[in-house]
Design a protein around this ligand. Structure first.
Ligand code: PMT
Length: 403
């Protein structure tokens, strides 16, 4: 059976090796017909369409999966951005990790904002025998909820939003390849906004355990089946001391082939715009890594963000001037994020602006009509998306002029 493609293999060959090694996800045919109809509809309407990827991919450790490796991404960036793209008139395919945040419902889901906290039971009407009162939205949340509900219903009723999900890295890659190819008729009207936190490492299928990896010795009577699976199992013996009941788990991961190359050079429609993200934790690396990704894949924009400040600042790294451009939520408008570290805002900026330029820059961005999140504060996506749409418009216009 084929293994992970070697690093030096041409990327188109690595693609065949990788995809031939896995059966397509079972949802793929259904997703294909939904996406084809959605895309064709918007091609006819001459509407721009963005593929937003969102959330983290899992890396299963067993074929019959009990355990998997995951990452932190909740899908906030993707779900929030999708809403602002819809507001800009785009149709959106939202390719997301199953059970991560979704556009619109994100305002009332997950533990910090459980929808039940927004509701109450009114007293039963005096004319009715029932002890049950009608369920209502609490008065203090009515305006916010009505606004979100209207925007959600508009998107749904006008067929502007298609939700497709994945869980594993393999499912994600099959879906990305499929959707990019289906988007061909859109040409320059297609935009790729790759906010998903995609795993860089995986276990090739032929090295993956079929069954749940055992954490302790099986009885001798079962050792035959155990023996036959031993080479499949990532369970190292305890070198220092022979194992008694419990074992160490050693996981050997291969790098995922860099499919961004294939997206840029093969799968995506010619003339379309491709935006990738770069996440770092070390401020000294962020701009360098974003620039390196831009050079390596020759696409159009890398949006860099630091884990600790990602809700308040991002950097646009482009092949053309100004090359490095920071977008920040002004201090007074930042939501208080429990995961954020305010002291780190500004640390990753390489091309330091003078104080006055910096202020101008920030104010220019706040002149957009920004939207406050339900927990208060300006959402940085309300600044990112209009800027991105300007860049996409310039590309569409250029393509229209045939240059
Ligand atoms: O979801 P949140 O909690 O809001 O967090 C948002 C985020 C921090 C995850 C997001 O803003 C972000 O930065 N996403 C990209 C994370 C990252 O650094 O990815 P990467 O370096 O592994 O990949 C680079 C780019 O290529 C990404 O755009 C990724 O989506 C894309 N990619 C990577 C590998 C691959 N096989 N396929 C891809 O499409």
């Amino acid at each position: 059976m084929a293994t992970a493609p070697p690093e030096e293999m041409p990327i188109a060959d690595a693609e065949s090796v990788y995809f031939n090694n896995y059966p397509p996800p079972k949802n793929l045919p259904k997703h294909e017909s939904l996406a084809r109809a959605f895309i064709n509809h918007h091609v006819e309407e001459k509407r721009r369409l963005v593929l937003v990827t969102s959330g983290g991919t899992t890396v299963p450790l067993e074929n019959q999966t009990v355990r998997f490796i995951d990452n932190f991404s909740a899908g906030t960036r993707g779900a929030t951005s999708a809403e602002y793209f819809l507001e800009q008139g785009y149709a959106v395919i939202f390719l997301h990790r199953q059970f991560s945040l979704l556009p619109y419902s994100r305002h009332f889901s997950h533990s910090t904002n459980c929808f039940l906290d927004f509701m109450e039971e009114a007293p039963p009407s005096s004319s009715s025998d029932s002890e049950n009162g009608p369920l209502m939205v609490c008065s203090e949340y009515q305006d916010q909820m009505r606004d979100v509900l209207r925007r959600y219903r508009y998107a749904k009723q006008n067929n502007r939003l298609l939700l497709l999900h994945f869980t594993t890295i393999v499912e994600y890659l099959f879906e990305l390849r499929l959707l990019a190819k289906l988007m061909y008729p859109l040409g320059a009207d297609a935009l790729f906004y790759l906010a998903a936190a995609v795993s860089d490492f995986f276990i090739p299928r032929d090295r993956m355990a079929e069954h749940k990896i055992q954490s302790s010795e099986l009885p001798a009577s079962m050792s035959k089946s155990q023996d036959s699976e031993k080479s499949d199992i990532y369970t190292g013996t305890n070198d220092m001391e022979p194992p008694k009941n419990s074992k160490k788990l050693v996981i050997d991961l291969d790098p995922v082939p860099k499919f961004l190359h294939r997206l840029v050079d093969g799968w995506a429609p010619p003339g379309s715009m491709i935006v990738s993200f770069k996440l770092e934790t070390d401020p000294n690396l962020l701009v360098y890594k974003a620039q390196t990704a831009l050079k390596r894949y020759s696409h159009h924009l890398v949006i860099g963000n630091l884990l600790s400040t990602r809700k308040w600042e991002v950097v646009f790294v482009t092949p053309d001037p100004p090359y490095e451009r920071w977008i920040r939520v002004p201090k007074s408008k930042r939501s208080k994020s429990i995961s954020g570290v305010e002291d780190q805002v500004g640390l990753a900026e390489v091309k330091k602006l003078h104080e006055s330029e910096h202020l101008q820059n920030t104010e220019a961005h706040t002149s957009h009509e920004t939207q406050d999140g339900i927990t208060g504060g300006t959402e940085i996506e309300s600044l990112i998306i209009p800027e991105l749409v300007k860049l996409h418009s310039a590309m569409v216009e250029k393509a229209g002029r045939g240059s």
